[in-house]
Design a binder for this molecule. Structure first.
Ligand SMILES: NC(=O)c1ccc[n+]([C@@H]2O[C@H](COP(=O)([O-])OP(=O)(O)OC[C@H]3O[C@@H](n4cnc5c(N)ncnc54)[C@H](O)[C@@H]3O)[C@@H](O)[C@H]2O)c1
Length: 383
């Protein structure tokens, strides 16, 4: 390995992977060294765009000696087995989100990462955005006090044509879920990074708009170890798209609305004020505090995460999105699907064997036929 550059292989060169292939050559500390895709048409198309060796299977790429690290951008079920093989072959791994489909498979991935001593990152690019970095720093500083309520509203939109663009999409067997496993991981990662992981989840999911067999709408009530409550709504049926996170504490609250951040600080703790005041109609006084943000970056979130990952390999820079932390979003996703299917509250960490059995049943019954019109196109928001 050159001392200032990491040689990357991209495994899966579809919508997202081809975006990585295009952007890597322009990212400092990164070189695109090899690509792999199991689909011949995709290989031909990417080979015309990128002047690097293109393999038809991930093992050949991992054995080629051409790469120090891989970005895995295949459908989710393949992330854990490919990552485990890469770690066993001494190669660093940056996995696309989510880590995998089940917490059990993700556990095995984390174990292999630890045993290899190689760097393990996950593409949670929203963590790199300045308003989210600021929110995390405020919460970590204790400024809003003990959290007593959280909420996440993620109303996104996807067309039927999107769902039809790949046979694996929105099927239990090919994808392992709908909006929860595909679109919501970013928001759930941020939400749990800021508000922590709930200890109990009661959820409902349904398919309300699209011709798919998995959920396009999901809601959950959350209970946290400290007694706090939370709420999640996630869907692909709403436009204009919104993503709102509220983290409410005893001394203040943070509201994240897309790229806007608002911070309120109270002049007294809610609990203390309520106990001590003799006034009937009163409340702690909130003040809106301007939040200092890092200078706006012209780099896309993926670029920030990929460069940070390369610098973690080269210079031991701390990872913005460590692979181990990818487990948090998956606990919530699996917990919500399990709760919805069993119609019962579910404890977190999610029972591994129970979830594995559920997903096997769902995969076995996966026979929904939609009209597939294959398109591998990078989301314009991701280039
Ligand atoms: N970070 C983000 O913002 C973001 C955005 C979009 C997609 N993603 C993630 O990227 C992954 C891929 O999604 P996509 O939308 O690019 O899908 P896609 O269907 O467009 O591309 C997947 C590609 O992987 C290839 N493939 C399948 N199995 C393979 C295997 N075993 N080895 C090598 N190649 C294989 C397919 O032929 C296809 O070209 C998903 O896990 C998704 O969640 C992340």
């Amino acid at each position: 390995m050159a001392t200032d550059r990491v040689r990357f292989g991209v495994i899966g060169a579809g919508g997202m992977g081809s975006g990585h292939c295009t952007s890597i050559p322009n990212i400092p500390n990164c070189t695109l060294a090899a690509i792999c895709d199991t689909d011949e048409k995709t290989r031909t198309a990417i080979a015309e765009k990128c002047n690097v060796p293109v393999f038809d299977n991930h093992s050949a790429l991992l054995d080629s000696g051409l790469v120090d690290a891989v970005i895995i951008a295949t459908p989710h079920y393949f992330h854990p087995p490919i990552a485990i093989e890469a770690f066993q072959k001494g190669i660093h791994v940056l996995s696309e989100k989510p880590l995998g489909v089940t917490v059990g498979a993700a556990d095995a991935m984390l174990k292999a990462a630890k045993e290899s001593g190689k760097k393990f990152g996950i593409m949670y690019q929203m963590r790199g955005e300045r308003q989210n970095q600021a929110a995390r720093a405020i919460i970590e500083s204790g400024r809003i006090g003990k959290i007593y309520r959280t909420s996440l509203i993620m109303g996104w939109f996807r067309t039927q044509a999107y769902y039809n663009s790949g046979g694996w999409r929105a099927t239990w067997d090919g994808e392992g879920g709908g909006v929860l496993i595909n679109q919501s991981p970013h928001a759930l990662d941020l939400f749990s990074w800021l508000g922590g992981l709930p200890s109990r989840i009661t959820a409902q999911t349904r398919t309300s708009l699209h011709d798919i067999e998995v959920e396009d709408e999901a809601v959950a009530l959350l209970e946290y170890p400290n007694g706090a409550h939370g709420y999640i709504y996630a869907s692909t049926v709403e436009t204009p798209q919104i993503q709102r996170i509220e983290i409410c504490g005893d001394k203040g609250k943070i509201l994240l609305d897309g790229s806007d951040i608002t911070l309120y600080e109270l002049d007294n703790s809610i609990r203390q004020f309520s106990e001590e005041t003799d006034k009937v109609w009163a409340a702690p006084k909130p003040t809106e505090i301007p939040v200092e943000l890092a200078p706006a970056s012209d780099k896309h979130g993926h670029t920030i995460i990929t460069q940070n990952f390369a610098r973690a390999i080269l210079y031991n820079e701390p990872l913005i999105a460590p692979g181990e932390e990818g487990l948090n979003a998956l606990e919530i996703i699996n917990g919500m699907i399990l709760s919805s299917k069993t119609e019962k509250p579910v404890n977190v960490p999610v029972a591994r064997a129970e979830y594995e059995a559920l997903i096997q049943d769902l995969r076995a019954s996966s026979r929904h036929k939609k009209t597939v019109k294959e398109v591998r196109e990078t989301d314009p928001n991701h280039v």
